[in-house]
Design a protein around this ligand. Structure first.
Ligand SMILES: NC(=O)c1ccc[n+]([C@@H]2O[C@H](COP(=O)([O-])OP(=O)(O)OC[C@H]3O[C@@H](n4cnc5c(N)ncnc54)[C@H](O)[C@@H]3O)[C@@H](O)[C@H]2O)c1
Ligand SMILES: [Zn+2]
Length: 363
């Protein structure tokens, strides 16, 4: 079996790095299309345009409608073609970046991810999650190419609501436990190949940075300030978690997340928040010691992440509801099989046990 590692060509992070957009794009583009929703255009539109035009790159700003749907991708692809754009710049959260990746796939040229929140693994990856226009999950699109540049402005990240940042911490924490489980089970990464030592090691570094700087970084984001802890956790949430999940593979935490999306009442919880319940469930499935699971739960509570089903919207779940979640989590295509040989009954019971441990630590 071969092992593989793939990544964006460049990653740049720091205060005010949006000002570098033009200089960094100029070698490959004479014109760029910037895609962002109305709120994000308010935050970063003018700064991006000034930087591009200051480097003689023609800038077109277009409002993204908010859903990474095929219809929106097709509409924006037309805008990119009409503008004769050599580069697509996506700014915002996971949905805006996933849309920009899809538009680049169809229109060609270079692609820049400019996450304005550190909430998910979307900025660095070579895939988009596609939804219907009404926001129902439809499918994943996989691409040959990664973004050419990921530009992460920490002064913007620090100005965003803290819930996005803590959600990113949850998604990043899962990266380590999933990559480690995949490696132990001899599972595969997102490129259907063996994970490298690098992927395993970067995933571990991701977790260590979260545990070393998580609490202080969240405190700093609450105050809207940028500290070294904010830089460390932004890097963990964005670069390390992104490289870690694609190259290391994912396992049960994300399958439980996918199962939870079956229940309407979890829809208000973010991706990362549902993943956190999945992480604790995975640790129970692995048979980790009480002390180990409690340590992860206590850290989650400290950074205000959910540790119970009720906290992601599922109050007093019926046996049937939990069976539905568990059955979806072990569907044939689910990544849980990458690392675990388990039945839906085992997943359901692990969810109940994880919920119980979480409730005890909360009280
Ligand atoms: N492609 C991948 O590898 C990958 C990985 C994980 C998740 N995802 C996808 O990412 C999406 C979730 O992304 P998300 O959690 O980032 O949310 P999102 O993209 O759904 O929404 C982000 C929201 O935050 C707002 N926002 C952005 N920057 C802001 C700022 N600086 N200040 C205030 N508000 C700001 C936006 O206006 C938007 O309303 C899902 O569609 C999920 O499937 C993709
Ligand atoms: Zn995730």
């Amino acid at each position: 079996m071969t092992r593989s590692f793939e990544s964006p060509a460049a990653y740049v992070q720091g205060r005010d790095v949006v000002d570098q957009l033009g200089d960094r794009l100029k070698p490959v583009a004479d014109s760029a299309l910037v895609l962002a929703d109305a709120d994000v255009l308010e935050i970063v539109g003018e700064q991006a345009e000034t930087s591009l035009e200051g480097s003689d790159v023609d800038a077109t700003l277009e409002e993204f409608g908010g859903e990474s749907s095929e219809a929106e991708i097709d509409r924006l692809t037309e805008v990119a073609r009409d503008a004769d754009a050599d580069a697509i710049v996506g700014a915002g959260g996971g949905k805006a970046l996933d849309t920009a990746k899809a538009v680049r796939e169809q229109a060609g040229g270079a692609m820049v991810s400019m996450p304005t929140i550190a909430s998910t693994d979307a900025p660095t990856s070579s895939l988009s999650v596609i939804y219907s226009e009404d926001g129902e999950f439809e499918r994943y699109w996989f691409y040959e190419e990664h973004p050419d540049l990921v530009l992460v402005d920490t002064s913007i990240i620090a100005g965003a609501p803290v819930r996005f940042f803590t959600s990113g911490i949850a998604d990043a924490m899962a990266t380590w436990f999933e990559a480690d489980a995949v490696r132990r089970a001899d599972g595969e990464n997102f490129f259907d190949e063996d994970p490298t030592y690098a992927a395993h090691s970067l995933s571990r570094l991701c977790y260590d940075l979260l545990r070393d700087h998580g609490v202080s970084s969240v405190q700093a984001i609450e105050k809207g300030i940028v500290t070294e802890s904010v830089e460390a956790v932004t890097e963990a949430n964005t670069l390390l978690s992104g490289l870690g999940f694609e190259n290391g593979g994912i396992a049960a935490a994300h399958s439980v997340h996918n199962g939870l999306t079956q229940l309407e009442e979890t829809h208000h919880a973010t991706h990362g928040e549902k993943v956190n319940v999945g992480t604790i469930t995975q640790l129970v499935l692995e048979g980790r010691s009480d002390a180990f699971v409690e340590d992860v739960i206590d850290f989650s509570i400290e950074v205000d992440l959910p540790v119970t089903l009720a906290e992601v919207g599922v109050e007093d779940p019926s046996h049937d509801d939990l069976d539905r979640v568990a059955q979806a989590a072990v569907a044939d295509e689910e990544t849980i099989h990458n690392a675990f040989d388990v039945s839906s009954d085992e997943v359901r019971d692990a969810m109940i046990a994880a919920d119980e441990l979480g409730s005890r630590r909360l009280s």
